[in-house]
Design a protein around this ligand. Structure first.
Ligand code: ATP
Ligand code: LTN
Length: 326
């Protein structure tokens, strides 16, 4: 059995990009692996958060994990700040990483561009993420494509530590899906679909109403040549819609292109809207039930206990290998 770990930030607006790139893999992997799924609240405070909203979003993400099919009987679901090992290991790893490699992270460059100074937490974000992963002797990390660089630096740090301090860590691998690994914004198919974009029609959130889903898809940016075919360079908008269609329907992009040969964008978009609405109906229904249930907090408390048992073992090994304590 392999150990799987992943996390989602509790920042609201969980969208179909998060679902198709990451959450969908969580469900699939839990059948044959030991899976640990975290709500990474400490990552979310790298940018300012409203405390009340943050608490609400933590429970929202926990409920969404389960609504899409993560089963707390099979997988561990817990909140990052409930297990102190994340912060503890993060410091140890901070001492094993370099400002040069952190400065090269595209996420940091994007978020600090044009500013004279940026929050230190944004700079050290990848170290906390490496701590999340290495704390659980993780073999596989299911994430979207945008996390490739973060997985790479985590591996580099693990290999570096293993070299110096015996074999302390398991070196993990990222797992990226073909269809869905990078869902682009509906209003601008050259940038990734994001929780924080101002235009609500740039994304489809998992809890969006049917009318909103249709509106966002119908007004999505395409092009003027009118042909439905996959071409990321020339036709990024249509290609993104084809990817979404394929990820939700299970049909290959080639099959979909044949099916819609000679059709206009309008009909294609209408059917994509229907497929998307249908896929999200059960998720919304499950979410509403789970979010209101008394059980939700107990699941997180139990998850944190189970996660902590694994984390404590790793921290003991880290302290022994580094010579910390006595
Ligand atoms: P955003 O940029 O939308 O604010 P994020 O990547 O910062 O999102 P997370 O909630 O931590 O936020 O992401 C959860 C998971 O969703 C990660 O595995 C990430 O790779 C994946 N993901 C995020 N956006 C997309 C996307 N547009 N397409 C595919 N996967 C995505
Ligand atoms: N940086 C990730 C969220 C994240 C994560 C993790 C993902 C934090 N820690 C550990 C996988 C494993 C993102 O999607 N923005």
């Amino acid at each position: 059995m392999k150990r799987v770990f992943s996390g989602v930030q509790p920042t609201g607006n969980i969208h179909i990009g998060n679902y198709l790139g990451a959450l969908r893999q969580f469900v699939e992997l839990q059948e044959e692996n030991e899976c640990i799924y975290c709500i990474v609240d400490m990552h979310s405070i790298t940018v300012p958060q409203d405390p009340k909203e943050l608490r609400k979003h933590i429970l929202d993400v926990a409920a969404l994990y389960m609504a899409v099919g993560v089963d707390p009987k099979k997988s561990i679901i817990f909140v990052q700040s409930d297990v102190s090992g994340h912060a503890e290991l993060s410091w140890v790893l901070t001492c094993c990483s370099y400002t040069g490699e952190l400065s090269r992270m595209t996420q940091f460059k994007d978020k600090s561009r044009g500013k004279e100074s940026a929050p230190t937490g944004l700079f050290t974000y990848p170290i906390l993420m490496a701590a999340d992963i290495l704390l659980y002797d993780t073999d596989i990390v299911p994430v979207g494509n945008d996390q490739k660089q973060h997985i790479e630096i985590c591996r580099d740090i693990a290999i570096r530590v293993n070299h110096k301090y015996k074999n302390t860590f398991v070196v993990p691998d990222g797992r990226f899906l073909k269809a869905g690994a990078r869902i682009m914004a509906l209003d601008d198919p050259t940038s990734k679909m994001s929780k924080s974009a101002e235009n609500i029609h740039s994304r489809i959130s998992l809890l969006d109403e049917e009318g909103k889903i249709k509106k966002s898809i119908m007004r999505s940016t395409t092009d003027s040549d009118g042909e439905i075919r996959f071409d990321l360079e020339e036709k990024p908008g249509v290609s993104n819609l084809l990817n979404i269609y394929s990820a939700f329907s299970g049909e290959s992009v080639d099959e979909i292109v044949v099916k819609y040969a000679g059709c206009g964008y309008g009909d294609f978009k209408k059917e994509l809207a229907t497929i998307t609405q249908e896929a999200l109906v059960p998720i919304k229904k499950n979410f509403n039930e789970i979010r209101q249930s008394e059980e939700l907090k107990n699941i997180l408390i139990n998850g944190a206990e189970r996660a902590n048992t694994i984390a404590e073992k790793t921290m003991k090994r880290v302290k022994d290998n580094f010579g910390l304590g006595f």
